[in-house]
Design a protein around this ligand. Structure first.
Ligand code: PMP
Length: 424
């Protein structure tokens, strides 16, 4: 691969494996021995449809997605899903409960742990403000439990969550890309291990959710999809992720949707004014009936994502990446703590308070120190370390394609920076 590639710590679009990019270059010229490039071939060709099937199997197999759930491919990214989730889930609720009792509402519960879940909740409010009998409830806002009461610096304790009794939707974002806050993977993946999970305040509080019902639980996995196994996957109604972080180029949105959430959205609109008319492109049923190709899909993004997932499978899938990513983040957090002790860095989200494995955020202390840190990093061929424009600071992104060598180079640079800054 070209030696002019730098070490890219960008949060998305993000670095992809060199070997995959080399393969993709070939595919751009000649896809699956058709003599036609991937960006030029019909999405209805048997070769492309076979590739799409394989992409689905790669996800199903590696995440152990049960047959209760469909895997769908969409466009529109996470932002598209902020709206699609609300519309499809409201239609589902209307079909399940067409007639509400006096005073009864359809409540959308949002768990807000950072700026993406906050944006999702705002989108839900915008869409439902004038819709009768629908209300958005902020089940918890992590800001209220933060040190300054105004920023996101940790996950809230389980006791802070106030879920509604019978919500139409329960929404959370597994990894907050901007704020560097992530739910920890529960010590036990299944309901029987709930006691264990209860003890860890940084797990998602599955034990507080309604029992004996098909949960309307929706998770935004945009920036952590495929980085490790998904806890309690089968209990989710919808899991979605844009491809542009761990999986491939922007354009493709991956959905895992439980069958009962693929509903006749048009029928719901006829039944009740609580259902919003859904544009076909956002309807899960439209996507499912059209086998994810009701209209032209993002063929190139599908292609590269397939190559990435094939490589992932060869390496050992999400379990392999869990260990790989754990090692990387431990090294970076340890160095942040070292810098903190020496007065050079300040952790924004401590590792044990919901610190993300994917996006490690910290500040560089002192006048002009952040600029010096970034400039020094760039001179060593490291880019993409500047924090999101809304929060500033440093964000070291450690997605699957960030190698151990790149992580080690970053850590070595951080240590060197600590030494330079503390020299009298
Ligand atoms: N959710 C999360 C967690 C994200 O990181 C992002 C994008 N960075 C979004 C949603 C929005 O996704 P998109 O840009 O694909 O609309």
């Amino acid at each position: 691969m070209a030696s002019d590639r730098i070490l890219n710590f960008s949060a998305g679009p993000s670095v992809l494996p060199d070997s995959v990019l080399e393969q993709a270059t070939q595919g751009l010229l000649n896809f699956a021995n058709t003599g036609i490039g991937i960006a030029e071939i019909s999405h209805r060709s048997k070769e492309f449809l076979a590739f799409l099937d394989e992409l689905e199997s790669l996800i199903r197999e590696q995440l152990e997605v049960p047959q209760t759930h469909r895997i769908l491919f969409a466009q529109g990214g996470g932002t598209g899903q902020f709206a699609a989730v609300v519309m499809n889930i409201l239609a589902r609720d209307v079909l399940l409960r067409p007639n509400l009792a006096e005073g009864e509402e359809r409540v959308l519960d949002y768990v807000v742990t950072g700026s993406w879940s906050s944006t999702a909740a705002k989108e839900a409010k915008k869409l439902t403000e004038t819709v009768p009998n629908v209300r958005v409830n902020i089940a918890v806002d992590a800001k209220n439990n933060s040190a300054d009461g105004a920023s996101y610096d940790s996950l809230p304790p389980h006791s802070a969550y106030q879920f509604s009794e019978n919500p139409a939707l329960i929404y959370y974002c597994e990894n907050e890309t901007v704020n560097g806050i992530q739910f920890s993977k529960a010590p036990s993946d299944d309901a029987s291990g709930e006691e264990l999970n209860k003890k860890d305040e940084t797990t998602f509080p599955f034990h507080l959710l309604p029992k004996n019902t098909l949960l309307p639980l929706v998770a935004d996995y945009s920036s952590s999809f495929m980085s490790r196994p998904i806890p309690r996957l089968a209990d989710h109604a919808i899991i979605y992720a844009g491809a542009q972080k761990n999986i491939g180029p922007a354009g493709l949105t991956i959905l895992i949707v439980r069958q009962d959430c693929i509903v006749d959205v048009d029928a719901a609109v006829k039944l009740s004014r609580s259902a919003i008319p859904v544009p076909s492109i956002l309807s899960y049923k439209y996507l499912a009936d059209g086998k994810s190709v009701p209209n032209t899909p993002p063929v190139f993004s599908v292609y590269v994502s397939g190559l990435v997932l094939k490589r992932m499978k060869e390496l050992g899938g999400p379990k392999y990446y869990e260990e790989f990513n754990r090692k990387k983040k431990e090294k970076v957090y340890e160095t942040v703590r070292e810098g903190e002790k020496r007065g050079v860095f300040r952790s924004k989200v401590p590792e044990d308070k919901g610190g993300s494995w994917m996006n490690v955020v910290f500040e560089v202390v002192g006048d002009g120190a952040e600029g010096r840190f970034l400039k020094g990093a760039e001179s060593k061929g490291m880019k993409g370390l500047k924090g999101h424009r809304s929060v500033g600071g440093i964000r070291a992104t450690l997605y699957n394609a960030v190698t151990e060598e790149a992580t080690d180079a970053l850590v070595a640079y951080m240590k060197e920076f600590i030494e330079t800054e503390t020299q009298a």
